[in-house]
Ligand binder design. Sequence first.
Ligand code: 13P
Ligand code: SF4
Length: 327
Amino acid sequence: MIVDISKGYVEERIDWNTDICKEINELKKQKNAVLLAHYYQNPEIQDIADYIGDSLGLARKAKEAKADIIVFAGVHFMAETAKILNPESRVLIPDLNAGCSLADSCPPDEFLKFKEKYPNHLVISYINCTAEIKALSDIICTSSNAEVIVRSVPENQPIIFAPDKNLGKYIMKKTGRNMVLWEGSCQVHEIFSLEKLNSLIEEHPDAEIIAHPECEEHILKKAHFIGSTTALLNYTRKSSHHKFIVLTETGILHQMQKHSPDKVFIPAPPKNHCACNECPYMKLNTLEKIYLTLKYELPELKMDEELRKKAELPILRMLEISGNAGL
Ligand code: 13P
Ligand code: SF4
């Protein structure tokens, strides 16, 4: 049977009385598959996942997974990372259109030319980039361990940091290290309005402001705590505060509320009236697409072995340097 994935995902009418969660769980068992999901996924996907985490946690889980199939409910670069670290498993991605504006902001041919301008520089790339950019990098980092990775490089070694300029600027400030930055950014974390945030702070003077380092500098200046999605979640669990204004993608609020049902979480407002602080790529995944992906084992992420090996090295360096940092 030929399954049409020309749209980037399997399309099939699903009978209205199908219990999709039950079907997913049965298919997972039958096919020895695991479902890994990022915190920005819709709540119903987070609730059925075998593991939910930030980019670092997901990379570690993918590496150690003993499954025949990994279904990745996240975006394309995350599924690529899973394949790079676990080539033995087949990696399925429910919708191939789930890209990332940050990864797209760094095309490999342009990055290669940029890199050639700084021949004696070491390249540290944020994990939110394509396998091709990883292959052009010396060390990968995530928002959980970027500071540890940068600090591990000798003081006299010049660094290029790519592709997120906001995370790069934040790490430069934290470490006092000067780095050459690639001018990339995430469309979701650059949508927050300072004016609206200020009004929200006035309205809720008792709230703590927590932000992801992909946000712009003027927004980060307002934050009481800055960290990766896992760090933000852990912070809200441990904090004695009752109310938080959250500056990252709204998907994380589901876990925050689940772990701290009595606390109040307020998503920070975007500059306009749309739901722009939701990642349009992350939100392409649905339970229906996950079910059909598992049923037909399509679309599958394939990667050229030479590229995989080149991209693996800087990720392994990251895992070695950061050890348990960022847990
Ligand atoms: P982390 O979950 O690693 O903090 O990354 C956030 C993000 O933007 C993922 O695309
Ligand atoms: Fe990319 Fe931003 Fe979406 Fe993360 S939230 S996947 S960085 S576009």
